[in-house]
Ligand binder design. Structure first.
Ligand code: SF4
Length: 500
């Protein structure tokens, strides 16, 4: 007997089923293999807020969870949302104090010791004294004898400490464990990370899932609604279903993209139809594509309009979104929010790194998204090699021109991926990739770099963001409206405030 289960370790924000686990269990289900999803991130938070916290005298989390699940209106009220998230976060903070050196939030877990050191992760797992241990023991007791092979799905570094611990506990209980998912593949792509991961996990699968079934077809060619080990009780006002229209990227040219080797495939719409038929009524679809492809989404709009209560996803703000009536049709079909990777207001920066659109086009797309009634979540990236103060000011000018059009904003500072075309052609871009300290057992996705002209664009960007950008009167209201917790999923379900 080889009964399987798909396991998602904490911490992942518990607002929707984790995409990797959902796709894996859905692909197995479509091939006649039942592998129930055990979302231990959702399970951990539910245990902490509903079972553990009351007995320890922490703040009462029930009204907060009730609000997140049933806000009593079509959309969340941003002020109420902020205050209920504050309650949950304060309980997490108090709970984490019992575990010296640990930091816990609704989307992250950081253990004591050297960050992402596999040796430290293993010794923490074996010590049995992490914030997850008590919950894991209760869960292990519950699932005893129900499966023989756990497939651990890993997507984020925030899951790694708990993943090492749960793999260790399952193997101690005589259950076979295989670890896979996008984090394992991304570490493999760095060229050395996978060897380190192997020191934490006995079996690692790097393919799309087909090694489990022995079939040769792409795994996502067949998906149907999977089985859940427990009721679907995510902290969200509507059920959210993750789905990719494509794998890889339609553009595939950005020089600092670590995913350029991923093959581009489009996923048959029959899969989405099947998922929607098997799942809850009126879900919101989270399109998890690297960049939503314009032609494909246009074909899918009738299906989304008829079978969902909305959808959202990430778009490159390129010219073909401005096609006559398209964004308006998106809004009419239920598109709640477009996340747009505008990145920079400097044409020089966008051209140098092969972004494939201009700031003017990005501005027009963002304006039309807003005018069509959809929410805008704009991503900006500072600190690229060669970025000057003038480039940063151009980004600020772009945001000022978009006053009243941006609902939410994400600011980040560039990291140089271990493997990407920019790293390979570093000298052409005036940089020299370096190495971090000599600790060989630390998992890393990025490298430090130095600029040949002596500038330090990352440091300059941080200062600019802190001293100029964040305090600009046209930026402040957008940052204030951007929720800190339950980001993209809940932003799409948030009441749209009047923008100034
Ligand atoms: S749009 Fe994103 S996924 Fe596509 S090439 Fe650029 S960085 Fe990579």
């Amino acid at each position: 007997m080889n009964r399987k289960a798909v396991i998602t370790p904490p911490v992942i924000t518990p607002s929707e089923v984790p995409a990797g686990a959902f796709m894996l269990a859905g692909g197995l289900a479509a091939r006649g293999i039942e592998a129930p999803i055990h979302d231990l991130s959702l399970g951990f938070f539910r245990w902490l807020f509903l079972e553990h916290a009351p007995g320890e005298g922490y703040a009462n989390c029930i009204p907060s969870l009730d609000y997140l699940i049933s806000p009593g209106a079509e959309f969340y009220d941003p002020h109420k949302h902020r205050s209920v998230c504050g309650v949950l976060q304060s309980v997490l903070k108090l709970y984490a104090r019992n575990f010296p050196g640990w930091q816990l939030s609704l989307m992250d877990s950081v253990p004591p010791g050297i960050a992402h050191s596999t040796a430290d992760l293993l010794s923490i797992a074996k010590s049995g004294s992490s914030p997850f241990t008590e919950y894991f023991k209760i869960w292990l007791n519950k699932i005893k004898g129900t499966f023989d092979h756990g497939l651990i799905s890993l997507a984020y570094l925030s899951q790694l400490p708990a993943a090492v611990e749960i793999a260790w506990l399952l193997e101690e209980a005589g259950i076979q464990v295989t670890v896979g998912g996008s984090l394992a593949s991304a570490l493999y792509d760095t060229g050395h990370g996978i060897e380190l991961l192997k020191s934490c996990f006995r079996e690692i699968a790097l393919d799309d899932g087909r090694s489990i079934t022995g079939e040769d077809q792409p795994f996502l060619s067949k998906i149907e609604w999977p089985v859940f080990a427990e009721d679907w009780k995510y902290f969200s006002s509507r059920p959210v279903i993750p789905f990719p229209l494509t794998t890889g990227c339609t553009w595939n040219k950005c020089l600092f993209c670590p995913d350029r080797d991923k093959p581009f495939t489009s996923i048959s719409r029959i899969n989405l139809k099947r998922l929607l038929a098997g799942g809850p009524d009126n879900p919101v679809v989270h399109l998890i594509d690297s960049a939503i492809p314009v032609d494909i989404i246009e074909e899918m709009l009738p299906l989304l309009r008829e079978n969902t209560s909305g959808f959202y996803g990430f778009a490159r703000p390129q010219g073909n979104w401005l096609r006559e009536g398209l964004l308006e049709k998106m809004a009419d079909s239920g598109c709640l929010m477009l996340q747009t990777g505008a990145e920079s207001g400097s044409i020089g920066i966008l051209q140098r790194f092969m972004k494939g659109f201009s700031p003017e086009t990005a501005e027009r797309v963002i304006t039309r998204v807003s005018d069509s009634g959809m929410r805008n979540y704009v991503y900006l990236l500072f600190g690229l090699p060669g970025e000057t103060e003038e480039d940063r000011e151009l980004t600020l000018d772009m945001v000022r021109r978009l006053k009243g059009k941006i609902d939410y904003m994400n600011l980040s500072v560039f990291n140089l991926p271990e493997k990407c075309e920019l790293t390979d052609r570093a000298a052409e871009f005036g940089i020299v990739p370096g190495e971090y300290d000599g600790n060989a057992s630390v998992l890393r996705f990025y490298r430090p770099f130095q600029s040949l002209d002596g500038s330090d664009p990352r440091k300059e960007a941080r200062v600019f963001i802190r001293d100029v950008f964040r305090i600009d009167p046209d930026v402040v209201p957008v940052l204030q409206s951007t929720p800190r917790w339950f980001r993209a999923g809940h932003m799409a379900l948030m009441k749209k405030l009047p923008l100034f």
